[in-house]
Design a protein around this ligand. Sequence first.
Ligand code: 13P
Ligand code: SF4
Length: 311
Amino acid sequence: KKTDEELIEEINRLRKEKNAVILAHYYQDPKIQDLADFVGDSLDLSRKAAATDADVIVFCGVRFMAEVAKILSPDKKVVLPDMDAGCSLEDSCPPEDFAEFRKKYPDHLCLTYINCSAAVKALSDIIVTSSNAEYIINQIPKDQPLILAPDQHLGGYLAKKTGRDMVLWPGSCIVHERFSEQELIKLKAKHPDAPVAAHPECPEHILRHADHVGSTSSILKYVLDTDAQEFIIATEPHIIHQMEKMAPEKTFIGAPGADGQCNCNDCPFMALNTLEKLVACMENLSPEIEVDEETRQKALAPLNRMLEMSP
Ligand code: 13P
Ligand code: SF4
């Protein structure tokens, strides 16, 4: 079995040899975050993928993110270390059911969270992420009825924040649903000076205790910019790696689950990507993301609308 150092050496060799760029999400293993050319949230990563001049995009994240890279950069080879790296939000929204659902609301503009399949994007009007959704909604006339899919918690949060009525799809993220309100209240009592930063994929009973709600990069920015010694972080705990790197003098406590344990609700899909699989995928340029051209064209339009309407 090779050591991590040997694997990283191989990755560095392959990165040059294949003219590859390695993009990683904040929920990836710290070793992968550290070797990536760029680490970011869903919006940052899609912009990087659209702008790269590398021949190969190695996506260390989940499948829908790699698919977005392929839709925006169809001439690049896009590879993902493990094709099974899915997402519970994507799973909650099968395209056939979504097409039926849309038919019930012919006058509604459909805003779809980027955490979905290319086929669902192809059925949408504008794609949004946690970092641009509010900004995009505020550009849409107030009398325009809206659908927000597939994350009901992000949808509920946005409806409240923007004062808009929205038809929601009942999907959710298994990671952000695992936090316990009761345990969070206990943890806050033990750390009364620690602000709570939460991702909008959390249910309302968690968000109501948050001092800041935002995407992964906005949570990161918040903890760097806020004058506090300790923070409680209600999102996937691997992002704490970046926080500890950027603000080593501060303490970051992951929000607890029902058993009171902190930092233990890893995203099981993100965790499928390992250094070993990363080496193999760069060596073989496989598994490769493919999106049929008709779906790609249809999904590209709402993604481009997102990029045009983003801050
Ligand atoms: P962001 O990084 O865009 O905040 O998304 C979080 C997430 O759940 C990705 O799956
Ligand atoms: Fe999907 Fe949740 Fe994992 Fe993000 S954290 S990839 S939303 S399952």
